[in-house]
Write a protein that binds this ligand. Structure first.
Ligand code: NAI
Ligand code: MG
Length: 355
């Protein structure tokens, strides 16, 4: 079987980590002895493409991607383009265009990588943030240039949209995921004390869906309290389900707790499999270190492992995770996690450590 994969490094360190991820995936395909392979389709979309064309991707961009098996993405955003233009023009366009309504972001501790959380390794921290990825605060509803009341200047609105269907499907996804994990628990993040419409619907749908999963423990935690809980009692977390904005913030907190933003992986899934899903690290284009060959490729590797899982290649996904663990055990770490290794060194070590 050959998997057709779109390669979209986009901007900054995206180029370095996507190249590293492809090397590792090619090594895994070679090790399979021809059982499967990858056919890469290169797309040069991103902020440089924008400078040439005035768009982040061509008008028929989604059309060009829609029959591929997956999208392997780097990071988008560069100081030459306003961030809301680059993000909406490429990443969110793909997520929403392909109805990738579930974004999963696992967090775990790696050997030799120091966590800002005291005793993180002994506490065996391991949880997964499930992000509602199609609506909520990032629905794009709102506008600018309202003629405000005297003395207010310009007035703008940005509305969060929650639909019953959107809430239900992400909760079912979270509960189904919890069933596959030892913790068997779903923590739902909310802010329904202050936001009395959307978040209340969110809560009600959660309670209804929870009734179909009596084997799964549940809790409801306000987002501000959840931020504190991440830091104080992370061992109580298993599956954390949150709205688009809340999960965006909490998952960066989670990845920082694992030691670096450069470690965190994510998958933007279209669980119905009508469209390709997209696999990308949580971090951005890191302009401060781009082009130096020092970016941490581990978040991209973790995203590659999630892509392998999505293809049903569970054994290969597991062996990639093990290779990442071994590489950290050997102390082959990039600077963001206290080492001196380059992106290339880590990539080579992971390839050498594969099964
Ligand atoms: P960032 O994630 O690019 O960087 C934050 C910090 O983490 C920086 O100090 C950076 O050096 C470090 N870092 C990030 N990835 C790393 C890696 N692989 N290895 C080592 N260190 C790493 O976030 P920032 O600076 O807020 O945003 C930069 C640009 O990226 C902006 O244009 C932003 O819009 C975009 N962005 C894009 C995302 C995406 O494509 N999914 C996500 C977040 C930001
Ligand atoms: Mg983010």
């Amino acid at each position: 079987k050959t998997f057709d994969i779109a390669s979209i490094p986009a901007d900054g360190v995206g180029h370095e980590v996507v190249a590293a991820g492809r090397e590792v995936l090619e090594a895994i395909a070679t090790n399979s002895g021809g059982q499967f392979g990858f056919e890469w389709r290169d797309f040069d979309w991103g902020s440089e493409y924008y400078a040439r064309t005035g768009r982040m991707m061509p008008e028929d961009g989604l059309e060009q991607l829609k029959d591929l098996d997956a999208i392997f993405f780097g990071a988008v955003g560069w100081p030459t383009v306003p961030d809301h233009v680059s993000l909406w023009g490429l990443r969110i366009a793909i997520c929403q265009g392909f109805d990738q309504w579930a974004n999963i972001r696992p967090v775990s501790m790696l050997p030799n990588v120091q966590s800002p959380i005291v005793g993180a390794h002994e506490r065996d921290l391991d949880w997964i943030v499930v992000r509602e990825n199609s609506e909520g605060e990032y629905s794009g509803f709102g506008g600018r240039n309202f003629s405000g009341r005297e003395g207010l200047g310009e007035v703008s609105t940005q509305s969060a949209v929650f639909t019953e269907v959107g809430c239900e499907r992400i909760f079912r996804f979270a509960f189904d995921l919890a069933r596959t994990r030892p913790g068997k628990k779903v923590s739902k993040v909310t802010k329904s004390n202050a936001q009395q419409y959307g978040m209340v619907l969110w809560d009600e749908v959660f309670d209804r869906v929870a009734q179909d999963y009596p084997d799964i423990e549940t809790e409801s935690v306000l987002v501000d309290a959840m931020a504190a809980k991440f830091v104080l009692r992370p061992e109580d977390l298993d599956v954390v389900v949150a709205s688009n904005l809340h999960a965006d913030i909490l998952s960066d907190l989670g990845s920082a707790m694992s030691g670096s933003l450069g470690l965190a992986a994510s998958a933007n899934l279209n669980p119905d499999r009508r469209f390709p899903s997209m696999f990308e690290p949580v971090h951005g284009s890191a302009p401060d270190i781009a082009g130096q060959g020092i970016a941490n490729p581990v978040g991209q590797f973790g995203s590659a492992a999630l892509m392998l899982e999505h293809f049903g290649l569970d054994v290969e996904a597991k062996s990639l995770q093990v290779a990442i663990d071994r590489t950290c055990e050997q102390g082959i770490l990039t600077r963001d996690v206290g080492g001196t290794a380059s992106t290339h060194d880590v990539t080579q070590a992971v390839i050498d450590n594969l099964g």
